[in-house]
Write a protein that binds this ligand. Structure first.
Ligand SMILES: NC(=O)c1ccc[n+]([C@@H]2O[C@H](COP(=O)([O-])OP(=O)(O)OC[C@H]3O[C@@H](n4cnc5c(N)ncnc54)[C@H](OP(=O)(O)O)[C@@H]3O)[C@@H](O)[C@H]2O)c1
Length: 293
């Protein structure tokens, strides 16, 4: 049975859906505060929903009992409760999960981290790399997935890429290529890694099928919609100043991610796609999906 932590999130729920579709038995960790509709969707998939929290070690011990595999996508960057923090959850909580899984005799632990290229110093990065290191030293079979920017998040109105209005806020010059990836493809890689020999003790950088600069992304949206986009480029110097003066760990981490966006994140996927053949979603396909319904 496979335990998914972060199961009510965008990526975790997609992983649960794909695992269930493949006939895998899934245990999904939800919190008492998790959105009821999301929990219900997990139940409808056939997942066994258990309650727990990364801050609560006993709940993790109970959740890990009897599991062959753990997949963790959880993060407080977008979905958090008042007592959540990057240090307390993304770092200490994930570390306790690794320890709980190890003690429960879990065979494989799949951890969703972030791209190696996004190594601007910040609490989120420290948390991700610290958890990666502990997992690698745990003695469990580990698979560390390091995705680039998700199109569904970074090319969305929530982050200033408003394709319905034809406006795009871009971080940096707009010239540095990024290997944009769809979260469905990240979920597919995670699912295919379960029990896969090539995923044994592996660190896998994950990008989409092509590296496009943000300006090229805007041109793609313009071609797909036949409409001109107004672009705003946030200068890299302004992002650096924001990063230097950030008041709290979350602000610092967001500023670091925006700096990473500005500096680019190109990932060569040729080798990975030979091992895990997958036709990944292109930015053009994503643009078509979100603008033509
Ligand atoms: N967005 C990107 O471009 C990008 C790029 C690279 C890597 N990533 C990584 O991808 C992963 C998945 O992101 P996502 O989009 O699926 O995030 P999401 O939709 O915000 O989901 C976060 C999940 O974490 C859970 N969670 C938060 N605090 C928790 C706690 N204390 N205990 C247990 N669960 C907790 C949330 O549960 P509730 O529903 O109960 O709050 C939710 O299920 C993250 O690790 C992120 O760092 C993202």
């Amino acid at each position: 049975m496979i335990l998914v932590i972060g199961a009510t999130g965008l990526l975790g729920s997609e992983i649960c859906r794909r695992l269930s579709e493949r006939g895998e038995s899934v245990r999904a960790l939800a919190r008492t505060t998790s959105d009821a509709a999301k929990v219900q969707r997990l139940k409808t998939l056939g997942a066994e929903v258990v309650h727990g929290d990364l801050k609560d070690r006993a709940s993790l011990d109970a959740a890990c009992r009897g599991m062959t595999t753990v997949i963790s996508t959880a993060s407080t960057t977008l979905s958090r409760q008042p007592d959540d923090s990057i240090g307390g959850v993304d770092q200490d909580g994930q570390l306790q999960l690794v320890e709980a899984a190890r003690q429960a005799g879990v065979g494989q632990f799949i951890y969703v981290s972030v791209s190696r290229n996004l190594d601007v110093e910040c609490p989120l990065n420290t948390a991700k790399r610290t958890v990666e290191r502990h997992l690698q030293e745990s003695g469990m079979t580990y698979t560390i997935l390091r995705p680039s920017f998700f199109v569904e998040i970074w090319l969305s109105p929530a982050l200033g890429f408003d394709f319905s209005k034809g406006t795009a806020r871009l971080f940096g010059s707009g010239q540095r290529p990024i290997s944009w990836i769809s979260l469905g493809d990240v979920a597919e890689f995670a699912v295919r890694c379960v029990g896969h020999p090539a995923a044994r003790n592996a660190v896998i950088e994950l990008g989409g099928p092509e590296a496009l600069s943000p300006d090229e992304v805007v041109r793609t949206f313009e071609q797909v919609t036949g409409r001109h986009f107004e672009m705003e480029h946030v200068p890299e110097a302004a992002l650096e100043a924001q990063w230097q003066t950030a008041a709290d760990p979350l602000q610092k981490s967001f500023a670091a991610l925006m700096l990473g966006f500005a500096r680019g994140d190109s990932i060569d996927m040729r080798q990975t796609l030979k091992t895990f053949p997958l036709r990944e979603v292109t930015v053009r396909e994503y643009a078509t999906r979100v603008t033509t319904g």
